[in-house]
Design a protein around this ligand. Structure first.
Ligand code: MOS
Length: 720
């Protein structure tokens, strides 16, 4: 149980986020956004702006900064102001740069934009008719496929032949990450090149994107992000703010700071797609699944840059011989969508795990028993079994801790409150990205563990020190962890719940290398252990009963430090097993008999996520995910006006749970280290915390009230 090392800095305001950096002569940019959803900009009148107090320059598609579209390992990233086409309301269309932030903002208000407006398609329902097939996922896997038992000609045939069948349509709302730290950047050019201070999920990735966009030598671009105020997929790509700050700073030859307003964060970045999902489950009378069909439609921006793979993970939950999955995308004139915490898994699970609850009702079977009846040993249609799957243990422990045995099929009453219990399975793939970590042993007996990767609140900085201490066999307080700087060895991306597995594996390799180097140094000619057989333990080199700390040795040979870089990447293990984390999630919901307000009064998650490196930060990650799941179930959703404007794009209208909405949260891990996946044995936590929660809430509401709500967020009016 180690508290996060950066915690005190964050809660005392000493942590310096990107926009907290200030430089002499710095100018401020204010982003202009479109006020139509579809059309073309005819003109932007900047006459008044140019003569406004303090204004230095104005950029627009008529006078654009030169930016090229970067294309890195995660595909293309959109750069602003390169054409006059408008495809969503709130699209960046200009940048006003002034001596102060207020001057830039005030001047921006005087800009006159004229448009040639065209009809906009902004409703997912309206777009369903023109849906398009989704391209393969990022890993190249198809998003639409059928797996059928021998002799079965179609999924429909398998469903029809099932003694019990449920079929329903579910939908989920458009959301935004709404990270506390708005997307922002401070860009500084000097003789050495460009330095950008901007919250991101991987400093070296941001540096690579900026170098491409600005057509400059990658070695002359440095990205710095030691602190990131929330990311969740929304800062995986470089933001418009960072591209514009960097381009303006180059043109003006002075530092430029650009910070999106809270409202702009909802449109000038990217959020989560809305989905419509049809699920059909066919079962035998004993509950065994005969067939699963999951068809998903998700919104995508007009450039079709991201598909929320809502149906994709359904093959990873339950055993069945017949599975059909389809994924369509519906291009809309709405702001872009992207990865957002458990992208696909969270939305898909709401549909699948609600449907499983409906099937349990149809079978008159306990929902946990139904899930255990269909537990799988491998993804449907794949012959690679899981490296480890302990979902049954999660449900067993969870049911016990949560008091599931007291549940009745129709809830119970407590005064004016109708009380229900709900559950859902959760699944999240275990992934890793290539990562390099440098370990430096110093002559004062301390060590540095450094990588460019980011800690967007996940606890990765603390993990670097914990795994570093373990690998070097020294106390944690002698480790200085460093991250968030592209000048450090390229770390993985803090996305996909991969940080610990990616960086941890590299730390172990770096430690083993640096220890080898140290031992070689100890026995080298002229060194204290010359020619002897040296071993390393407890931070000391030793031979024949003589020992020295590594610091003493370094001082003896006059070396300030010795360092080594460890690099790791997914490899052969991927051909031997399937890797996912699993969990059982529970919640108790109370619905008021008269007002119909729904309140989550208790929740519990039990997860099988491999080894847990730091129980405290892992628990915090899971709690955050669970709260997000409740938020998705009962609060969050962007309301789209007919003109494509989000009606509630601020933190007053975009509902998020507050303390009063969340009471008792419990987290438990069943720890089975997964060294088949990586040498650290951790599969990663974070996203999985939210995966099953929305369905668990909806299922608890059904248990309490008998009302099945098939969309989220669930509102009071759904329960009248
Ligand atoms: Mo992940 S979608 O980067 O939280």
């Amino acid at each position: 149980m180690t508290s996060r090392l950066d915690g005190p800095l964050k809660v005392t305001g000493q942590a310096k986020y990107g926009a907290d950096n200030n430089f002499p002569g710095m100018a401020y940019g204010y982003v202009l956004v479109s006020t139509i959803a579809h059309g073309e900009i005819q003109g932007i009148d900047v006459t008044a702006v140019r003569s406004a107090p303090g204004v230095i320059d104005v950029y627009s598609p008529f006078d654009p900064p030169v930016l090229r579209t970067p294309n890195t390992q995660f595909g293309e990233t959109w750069v602003p102001l390169q054409d006059k086409e408008i495809t969503y309301y709130g699209q960046p269309i200009g940048l006003v740069v002034a001596e102060t932030y207020e001057q830039a903002r005030d001047a921006a208000m005087t800009v006159e934009v004229t448009y040639h407006e065209r009809p906009a398609l902004t409703s997912l329902e309206d777009g369903l008719a023109t849906a398009e097939d989704a391209p393969p996922g990022f890993d190249g896997s198809p998003q639409t496929f059928d797996i059928l038992a021998p002799g079965v000609s179609s999924i429909e045939e398998a469903l029809r032949a099932s003694p019990v069948m449920v079929e329903a349509t579910y939908s989920t709302a458009t959301q935004n990450h709404a990270a506390m730290e708005p997307h922002s950047a401070v860009a500084v050019w000097d003789s050495g090149g460009l330095t950008v201070y901007s919250g991101n999920q991987g400093a070296h990735l941001q540096a690579a994107e900026l170098a491409q966009a600005l057509d400059t030598d990658p070695s002359s671009v440095r990205s710095v992000n030691p602190f990131v105020g929330g990311a969740f997929g929304g800062k995986a790509r470089t933001s418009a703010a960072a591209f514009l700050a960097a381009a303006a700073a180059r043109t003006l030859d002075r530092p430029v700071k650009v910070v999106l307003s809270r409202e702009q964060v909802f449109t000038a970045t990217a959020g989560r797609a809305a989905t419509v999902q049809k699920v059909a489950l066919g079962a035998a009378a004993d509950g065994s699944l005969v067939a699963i069909r999951h068809d998903a439609w998700s919104s995508t921006p007009m450039d079709r840059s991201f598909v929320e793979p809502a149906a994709h993970s359904t093959r990873e939950y339950y055993a069945t011989q017949n599975l059909a999955i389809s994924q369509k995308m519906v291009p809309l004139h709405l702001p872009p969508v992207t990865f957002m915490r458990a992208p696909g898994e969270a939305t898909g699970s709401f549909a699948l795990e609600s449907a499983m609850d409906e099937l349990a009702v149809a079978l008159n079977m306990d929902p946990i028993e139904l899930r255990m009846k269909n537990d799988s040993t491998a993804p449907v249609g794949k012959d690679l079994s899981w490296s480890g799957k302990h979902l049954d243990e999660c449900f067993r422990i969870g049911a016990e801790r949560f008091g599931w045995a007291d549940r009745t099929p129709h809830g119970r009453a407590d005064g004016d409150w109708l009380v229900g219990l709900g559950t859902a399975s959760a699944m999240f793939p275990a992934l890793r990205f290539p990562a390099s970590v440098r370990i430096t042993l110093r002559d004062d007996d301390t060590a540095e563990v450094a990588t460019s990767g980011a800690d967007p609140g996940t606890g990765l900085l603390t993990v670097l020190s914990l795994v570093g201490a373990e690998s070097l066999d020294i106390p944690q307080d002698r480790i200085t962890p460093r991250l968030g700087d592209s000048a450090l060895p390229p770390g993985g991306m803090s996305g996909g719940s991969t940080g610990t597995a990616s960086a941890g594996s590299a730390i172990m390799l770096a430690a083993s290398q640096v220890i080898d180097d140290l031992v070689a140094l100890a026995s080298s000619p002229g060194a204290p252990f010359e020619g002897r057989d040296v071993a390393y333990a407890d931070g000391r080199v030793q031979a024949d009963g003589q020992t020295m700390t590594f610091g003493e040795l370094l001082r003896a040979v006059n070396r300030p430090s010795v360092d080594a870089i460890g690099s790791s990447a997914p490899g052969e293990e991927m051909t031997k097993h399937s890797f996912s984390s699993f969990g059982a999630q529970f919640c108790e919901v109370r619905v008021h008999r008269l007002t119909r307000e729904a309140r989550v009064s208790r929740m519990l998650s039990v997860f099988d996520a491999g080894r847990i490196i730091n129980a405290k930060t892992a628990r915090s990650q899971i709690i955050g995910g669970m709260i997000w799941g409740v938020s998705a179930a009962l609060h969050e959703g962007l309301e789209v006006e007919e003109n494509g404007r989000f009606a509630n794009a601020d933190l007053a209208g975009y509902l998020l749970p507050v303390n009063a909405d969340i009471s008792d949260v419990d987290v438990h891990f069943v720890e089975h280290p997964d060294t088949l996946h990586n040498s650290v044995g951790a599969r990663g936590v974070g996203e999985i915390g939210m995966v099953g929660m929305a369905a668990a809430v909806a299922n608890a509401i059904y248990n309490a009230t008998g009302t099945r709500v098939r969309h989220i967020p669930i509102m009071i009016e759904d329960l009248l």
